[in-house]
Design a protein around this ligand. Structure first.
Ligand code: NAP
Length: 335
């Protein structure tokens, strides 16, 4: 078998570190790894599979030595410039940034939903937005069974979704609260996140939506192959360290029995149904951390419309929402 060589770009960030963790767990048939970040972290060391690696600065010649695959986790500005360079040197890129997601020539993949599209790539495969990934894992089996007519997303997103600076803002807010002070400098968010909720993720657009809301709408349409699907979204950052929660209201073309619909979710790939309100059982961020499944609960009929439901969907945004989804795509490419 060919010796496979993999690069991880942005290996020191929240997603990059988790990619390394997931790769260690999976033990894939890869014989050589190299890890890249910016100048800031170049030269620092990371232990991976019991071996010490030096983080290298990403430059335009980083891919000259020839890589089979690269997982990019360093943001859109880096992907825009360096992913095409990697591809030009024969490397297949799995990109966590939003830069290529809506490009019609780039597959946008959630393996449980549209794995069959992976091989349509021309060198770049995009990993969807974290809040979109967990939503479509839950929605795909319902769309297949009942034909979705409209979706209303309301999200409650953890600070880890904003990278290490987002986590630092919440930690500093907690420390200040404990000291009875309020003088830390925010690194990521426009307003304090501790003891607060910000209906503001990514930048505001001309139409009043945020870019995060637009990403959820456009990416859902692309992944479900429903370009005209009616979708609206409100995305909110909450003071939770990890795992995103989503309230999803769905209207269907077809009617359903709630028992059949629950069974449909129970039997779908990648979903853990945690729904027993009589015993106060439902998914929470704490019990989904460090897992790769999408947890679904509070499944109930929406009595305000003819055929609709409400769902509560929770998943680890750094694992299933980014790192594990990217490594799942890599596993498919390695087959
Ligand atoms: P992060 O914690 O801020 O980490 C950013 C990483 O990018 C660091 O390793 C940083 O290296 C590296 N980097 C920055 N500028 C660079 C440059 N010029 N050249 C090479 N490396 C550079 O961010 P993150 O949360 O891991 O997010 C990474 C990407 O994944 C983003 O596109 C984000 O939108 C996407 N994503 C994140 C999540 C999530 O839940 N966090 C989910 C889905 C998708 P240094 O250590 O040198 O600064």
């Amino acid at each position: 078998m060919k010796n496979i060589k993999l690069a991880v770009v942005g290996a020191t960030g929240v997603v990059g570190r988790t990619v390394l963790k997931v790769l260690e767990e999976k033990k894939l048939p890869i014989s050589k790894y190299e890890f890249f970040a910016s100048k800031r972290s170049a030269g620092t060391k990371v232990t991976f599979l019991n071996k010490e690696y030096i983080i290298q600065e990403l430059t335009t010649s980083s891919f000259d030595s020839g890589f089979d695959f690269a997982i990019f986790c360093a943001g859109s500005d880096v992907s825009k410039i360096f992913a095409p360079i990697a591809v030009s040197k024969g490397c297949i890129v799995i990109d966590n940034s939003s830069y290529f997601r809506i490009d019609t020539s780039v597959p946008l993949i959630v393996p449980e939903v549209n794995a069959e599209e992976i091989n349509n790539h021309h060198g770049i495969i995009a990993n969807p937005n974290c809040s979109t990934i967990q939503a479509v894992v839950a929605l795909k089996p319902l769309d297949t069974a009942y034909n979705i007519k409209r979706i209303v997303y309301s999200t409650y997103q953890a600070v880890s979704g904003a990278g290490y600076k987002g986590i630092t803002d919440l930690k500093n807010g907690i420390l200040d609260f404990e000291k009875g002070e309020a003088n830390y400098e925010l690194q990521k968010f426009p307003q304090p996140i501790f003891s607060n909720c910000l209906p503001h993720i990514d930048v505001f657009l001309e139409n009043g939506y945020t870019k995060e809301e637009e990403k959820m709408i456009n990416e859902t349409r692309k992944i479900l192959k429903r370009p005209d699907l009616r979708i609206t979204a409100t995305t909110v950052r909450v003071p939770v360290f990890n795992s995103h929660s989503e309230s999803i209201n769905v209207e269907f073309e077809k009617d359903f029995s709630i028992d059949d619909l629950v069974n449909c979710l129970k039997n779908a790939p990648g979903i853990v149904l945690k729904d027993d309100t009589k015993n106060e059982v439902y998914p929470t961020t704490l019990d989904t951390n460090n897992q790769d499944k999408v947890f679904v609960g509070r499944v109930r009929r929406d009595y305000s419309i003819n055929s609709g439901i409400n769902l509560w969907v929770v998943a680890d945004n750094v694992r299933k929402g980014a790192a594990s989804n990217a490594v799942q795509i890599l596993e498919k490419l390695l087959i």
